[in-house]
Structures are given as C-alpha cells and as structure tokens.
Design a protein around this ligand. Sequence first.
Ligand code: CA
Ligand code: CA
Length: 588
Amino acid sequence: MKRLPPVSASIIGIAFSASTLLGAATLTAQAAITDADIINDQATTGDVVSNGLGPRGQRYSPLSRVNTKTVKKIQPVWAFSFGGEKQRGQESQPIVHDGVMYVTSSYSRMYAIDVASGEEIWQYDARLPDGIMPCCDVINRGAAIYGDMVYFGTLDAKLVALDAKTGKVRWKKKLGDYQAGYSYTAAPLVVKGKIITGVSGGEFGIVGKVEARDAKTGELVWLRPTVEGHMGFLNGKENGITGGGANKTWPGDMWKNGGAATWLGGTYDPETDLIFFGTGNPAPWNSYLRPGDNLYSSSRLAINPDTGKIVWHFQTTPHDGWDFDGVNEVISFDYKDGGKTVKAAATADRNGFFYVLNRQDGKFIRGFPFVKKLNWATGLDADGKPIYDEAMRPGNPAKSADGKKGSTVFSIPSFLGGKNWMPMAFSQDTGLFYVPSNEWGMDIWNEPVSYKKGAAYLGSGFTIRPIFDDHIGSLKAVDPKTGDVKWEYKNVAPLWGGVLATAGNLVFTGNPEGYLMAFDARSGEIVYRFQTGSGIVSSPITWEQGGEQYLTVVSGWGGAVPLWGGDVAKTVKKFNQGGTVWTFKLPK
Ligand code: CA
Ligand code: CA
C-alpha cells in the first residue's frame, strides 16, 4: 500500500500549538492524531481513530484474543448512560484514543469517557434550536478526531470542532440552512488535514454537496454540489459547474431543489487517493416531475480530496422513483482473479443490489441482488444499470382520473432499503462481506407536489409491509466474487445496526430486540448474546489496551424504522428507548 508523504510542518503545527503544549504537560501520552494514524487505523489495534476502523471502512479488526472459543467469557466492564430525558435512536460509532472514548449521542451531544473507569471526562450539548428538520430521528453516527480536536455535526447543520481534552468549542461552521431542511448526522471524514462532510435533507429538496474544511480553522477549502447545474468552489474561487451545466439530465428548474443528499458521509482509499461519497434520492420522489437520469442523484461519486473534482461516478438507480438513496458506504478491498489482483470497491444499495466496482475508474465488475423477491428491476445490464420493469414504477398522478393519485405498486425492497445506513463489514480472513439487510416491501404511489422551503418535498405516499411471516432482518455473509450467500441469520425485527468482523473468526452486530450478538464468521452460528436493555442500532468497535481486547457497542432503540416503518413500525413499538455505552472484555 502506498503511504502518504510525511506529515507537513503545518499539520504538526496544529498538533502542538503553544496552548496545547501547556495542557499536554499534565497528561501522559495524549498524542495528537496525524494523517498516518488515520490511514493506519486498522492495523494499529491500540485505538480506533476513524469511522469504519480505517478510512476504507472495512470494519475489520486484526485482533483475535476474543474469538469463537473465548467470546462466551466476555463480560461488561462498565456501562455509561447518556442521561437526561433525551433518548431516542443511538447510531454512534465511538472513537477511542489514548484511553479516552469519544462518543456522540442523540440530540447532537458528545461525551468523552475514561476507558479504564467508564467515568465521564466531559460532555458537550449542542443545544439545538426549535424547528430543526431531521427526517429520520434525532440521531448522530459518530465523531472524527484529528490533531488535538474532535469533530462532529449537529441536527441544525453545524460542524463543531471541540478541544479533545476539555470539550470546549474551538470553532463552529454552518453546513446549511436548517430552516430549509439541511441537517447533519454522519461521522465526518478526515483526509490530509481536511474535515470532509456531506449534508442531510433530501426529503426537503435541499441540494446535496460534499465540502472540505481546514481541520485547524474550519475554513472552507472546496465545495462540490452533487446535483448537475450547481457551481463548485476551490479556495474561494469558482471551480466548475457540476455535470458541466444544467438541463442535461434534469428538466426545467427541477435541478435547483434536486436532493442527492450526501447524508451518510464518505470513505477514503489512500491507495487511489480517492474519496467515495454516495448520494440520495433525486427530489421530489415523484419521478414524473423530473424526466431524465437526474445526475448525480442515487449515485456513488469518487472525488479528488485536494480539489473536490468528481473523478468518476456510478449511478445505481437512474431516474429513481422509489427513494432508493445511493448513499451506502463504498468499501475498498482487493481480491485475486486468475492470479491478478483486482482493486475493487463494494457497496450494497438501498435498491437491493450489491455492486462490485473497479475503484480506480468506477467501472462495473459485477452485481447481484442481496435481498429476496426484488421486483422493481429484472436485473442489471452489462454496465450495471438496472433493467426496469416499467410496470413496477409507481404511476403518474397526472394520468389518474382526478389528477391526485397515481396507481399504487407493491415494490420490493421498500424505500427503507434492502440495506439502509447500517454499515457492513469485510473480513480479510474469509473474503466475505457481512451485510445487515432487511426483507420487506412497500405500497407506493405518487401525488402532485411543488417545492416549498422547509416543507417535505416527496409527492409520494407509502406503507411498508413485511414479505415474510417470521422475519424482516437478515444478516448475510456475501461472497463478492460470486454473489453466493454463505450463511444467513434471520431476525424478527428489521436490522438497523452496523457490523464488525474480527480475526477471531467473529462477526458482531446488534438487533432492535436489544442483543449484542457474535457469530462464527464462517458458519453463521451464534456464539454469544448479551441483552443491553434497549435496541442496538449502532456500530460496534474493538481495540486493545493494557494487553486486553475491549469491545464497545452503544445501545438505544430508534432511528427511521419507528418513524417511517408503516405496518412494520407497529410491530416494534414495544421496544424500549435507551442511551447506554456498553464496554466488554475478557476477565483477567
Ligand atoms: Ca487504530
Ligand atoms: Ca431519501
């Protein structure tokens, strides 16, 4: 793997300014985070300094002390409550560095916790204004760390940099107008001294974008809108219109509120030096109002981290009509094909297809459904484009008798997706992807709609329904070379939490029923379960400290399912809310 050049003097300058040196004297080994720390995060098992356990997002740990034989003996060492009346969904992946855990929670809060004792060091509450418009619960998916600061985004669309030692605000920047529907929930990405962020708000007709800010000052370095027709910027100067100009793949003025929200954040591959971001649905959902492919909605984008230039794009659902956001994580991995190494990237889409791409140029290698009964397309063509069954596109309301409601279709998967936000894991030992998926469908129909600032901009109605009697959730071990599902675990409730794979031949995830679960990575056998007291919709991590392997997961039921789940939401109503960080290890 190619390494970045040595960190520059200016980056060192961030880490050791005069004021932090004074503070550092009283702390042992509170080393500032460098680009090398983030790039090497997966291999350095003493900490977790990036979302995804490494910028490629594999969520794989080489640790093996906790393994299929020993995992039964792990015990909680502490549990930390977020406290207060503010509970709801907890989707955060913690960061751990030098014995301190940084974990975000619902309602845009962050906590620093002493890993050894479970005691709080500081907490920060963003104190949100009235009128925020999060589409899908008041969640946050995690922090970033760089230099001597920790970073996270808020539901009123601010990016906040905090002093890692004290939790005091160092800078705060506006990512968008929350009164127009912008919000922020993803874990920021750190690449070469810059904090890279997207935005949420695709259900309100915002315009998606990816932005890079100087980690030290928060000043904008570049901005790349993800909807054709909008101007990009680099160092304060215009830097080209996205897609080269308006009205190539969008009609009239529709591109001005075109959605394509970059709400799940991104991954970074140091080897190709590319950032990968996905984009959400084109707005509004009613596809008859915007004939064309609607670039770059429902796509994966590879972006130059220095300039914000789109290097390649791969659109998973051109002219989306089902809210098949294309935001899901792009995970870089290599595999052997006839003795040749393929530099690939994999992504599992809301639309139910799993894609393997060449990560250097975005070319389609192969794709296959990873959910059952997928019915909106009959397959993928040689370029990876869906082959539509036009009868499965919800009908045009303008063609209905009263012009108010188009014909309803029952589409599989539902708009909450074959897979939603919850990240999958890639095991370097088995070569398999462990995909948290859901088997469900939806009645969906279209209605007239026009854009109004700060109002939902859908033009659709929908009801999600199960397609099997005994389960919706489905954790699958997927072979990216063949599409074979090596094993499947069926869960009654929809799965909504991320996955972790380890060299201990283990796969960890949680379920809304409240269990942290460990599976044998090869057989799928459940080898450990622990009831955390509330549903798990977050991503577990593992690291080692003092010669011991730790495991942490955040518990707290919520997220999009109880809010948008239709018939399914009724079945998960009984799950209790919460907000607890659970940390485990083997007994000494
Ligand atoms: Ca690490
Ligand atoms: Ca969406």
